[in-house]
Design a protein around this ligand. Structure first.
Ligand code: PAF
Length: 286
């Protein structure tokens, strides 16, 4: 595995692969790898000759009171895990390399960035879209792999790719969960031991919502109240949002029509966790 820190060196290296007709898969990350990241790397490897993983904690997507300074970082462990997963190139630029001067250009995927997580994280998705837009211009991959756990990020980036004609395919990889159902996230380390025990209630509530929807409950308000009750009963967390939305437009629905995405964000003392399920099929199908 090559570790590359500059845009110039990465472009030079990738030009060589492209000349040989190799396809390039890309996984953008902020590091502190877990099995969710590894499944993205494996998905990229399966479908491409060369896999590039970027590791960059992007200051542009953190609000002034968010966790940029304490965001978990462990470069040594990350590079070992990426190497073991068979990654070909780990691109880890410095903030100066990515943002050398004042940045006057931003990518804003307008109203899709404002609801759900965007409501409490103003500017977050503009920061994500801008850095991913830059990374796509640097790497120019054939395929980009993203995780379904960050569903709003997926929808925003899908629209950006479509609107701005980025010539690539998006591969959305299912959420990887701990054995008790908690969605894997780098921010799970912020949970206290007792909160960690409570956190699987989030996915249990989402699964209960799926059962309700598939047994005929189509009133989104009732679904949302049921999830709220289950999460509040099972945890010490507070709820930031629960919403039944169209999976592509992210518009909230009142009357459920499949497919529907049920998305939640909850806050524990130091951790803000998000999760979602997309309900598409009847009970009993795989
Ligand atoms: O999902 C993440 O880790 C980040 O939002 C991303 C896509 C790498 C952009 O910084």
């Amino acid at each position: 595995m090559r570790i590359i820190k500059t845009i110039k060196a990465l472009r030079l290296c990738l030009a060589g692969f492209r000349r040989k007709g190799k396809t390039i898969g890309f996984v953008p990350t902020m590091g502190y790898f877990h099995k969710g990241h590894i499944s993205l790397m494996k998905a990229s490897k399966k479908a491409n000759d060369i896999t590039v993983v970027s590791l960059f904690v992007n200051p542009l997507q953190f609000g002034p009171r968010e966790d940029l300074a304490k965001y978990p970082r462990d470069f040594k462990r990350d590079s070992l895990m990426a190497k073991e997963a068979g990654v070909d190139i780990l691109f880890c630029p410095s903030p100066r390399e990515m943002y050398p001067g004042s940045l006057l250009t931003r990518i804003s995927v307008a109203e899709m960035s404002q609801g759900l997580c965007g409501a409490s994280r103003p500017g977050h998705f503009e920061g994500v879209a801008t850095v991913v837009g830059k990374l796509l211009n640097i790497v120019q991959p054939d395929v980009m792999c993203l995780g379904q756990k960050d569903a709003q990020q997926v929808a925003v980036l899908k629209k950006m790719v479509l609107d701005l004609n980025f010539p690539l395919k998006l591969n959305v990889v299912p959420t990887v969960r701990e054995p008790d159902g908690l969605a894997m996230s780098s921010r799970n380390v912020y949970l206290s031991p007792s909160e960690r025990k409570e956190a699987p209630a989030i996915y249990r509530a989402l699964k209960a919502a799926r059962v309700l929807i598939l047994s005929g409950e189509l009133d989104a308000t009732k679904i949302n109240s049921k999830i709220k009750k289950l999460i509040l009963e099972g945890t010490s967390a507070s709820i930031e949002y629960i919403s039944c939305v169209d999976p592509d437009s992210l518009k909230a629905v009142r009357r459920i029509k499949l497919p529907v995405m049920v998305a939640v964000a909850v806050r524990f003392s130091a951790a803000r966790l998000i999760d979602n399920i997309v309900v598409t099929r009847s009970i009993g199908s795989p």
